[in-house]
Design a protein around this ligand. Structure first.
Ligand SMILES: [Fe+2]
Ligand SMILES: [Fe+2]
Length: 151
C-alpha cells in the first residue's frame, strides 16, 4: 500500500474488516475516516495552518459526536464494558486536544506530519481493539434475540 507509486500514502481506506455490522455506525466510521484523510491531505499538501486547524477541528467535533452516539447505544444494549470503553473515548479526546495544540504551536513541518499520522493510528487502533469488542457483544446478543423470536 505504501509503494513509491502511491501518491497518497497517508490515505486510509475503509474496508470490510473494519465493519462492526451496524450500518449507522459503519457510516459514521467511514465519515470519520474521510475527515482524517482530509486532515492528512492538508498536511501533505502543505496547506495553511488555519486550514489544517479547521480540518483537525472537524475531526475532533466528529469524534465527540460519534463517541456520544456509541455510548448511548451501549446504555441501550446494557453493554458491560461501557465504562472501560468510555474511558478510551475520553483518552482519545485528550490526545486530539494535545495534537491540536501541537498544530497550533509548532512551526516544524514534521511535527504536523507526525500529528496527522498519530490521529490516523489512534483511530485505527480504537476501531480494531475497542469497537470490535462491542461488535462481538452486539452480534452475540442479536443471535440470542433472533433465536428466541423464532421459537
Ligand atoms: Fe467508533
Ligand atoms: Fe468507540
Amino acid at each position: 500500500m505504501n509503494s513509491p507509486n502511491n501518491p497518497m500514502p497517508w490515505r486510509l481506506e475503509w474496508s470490510q474488516e473494519l465493519s462492526v455490522h451496524i450500518p449507522e455506525i459503519d457510516a459514521e466510521h467511514k465519515h470519520f475516516i474521510e475527515l482524517i484523510n482530509a486532515l492528512n491531505e492538508a498536511i501533505a499538501e502543505r496547506m495553511s495552518r488555519s486550514e489544517v486547524r479547521k480540518r483537525m477541528q472537524d475531526v475532533m467535533d466528529d469524534a465527540v459526536a460519534h463517541f456520544e452516539h456509541e455510548e448511548a447505544l451501549f446504555i441501550e444494549w446494557a453493554y458491560p464494558d461501557t465504562e472501560q470503553h468510555a474511558r478510551q473515548h475520553a483518552a482519545a479526546v485528550k490526545i486530539f486536544q494535545e495534537i491540536m495544540r501541537r498544530i497550533e504551536q509548532s512551526e516544524i513541518d514534521y511535527d504536523w506530519v507526525e500529528a496527522g499520522l498519530q490521529v490516523k493510528q489512534l483511530l485505527v487502533a480504537h476501531l480494531l481493539n475497542e469497537d470490535m469488542k462491542y461488535r462481538d457483544f452486539w452480534l452475540a446478543q442479536n443471535k440470542v434475540k433472533n433465536s428466541v423470536s423464532q421459537e
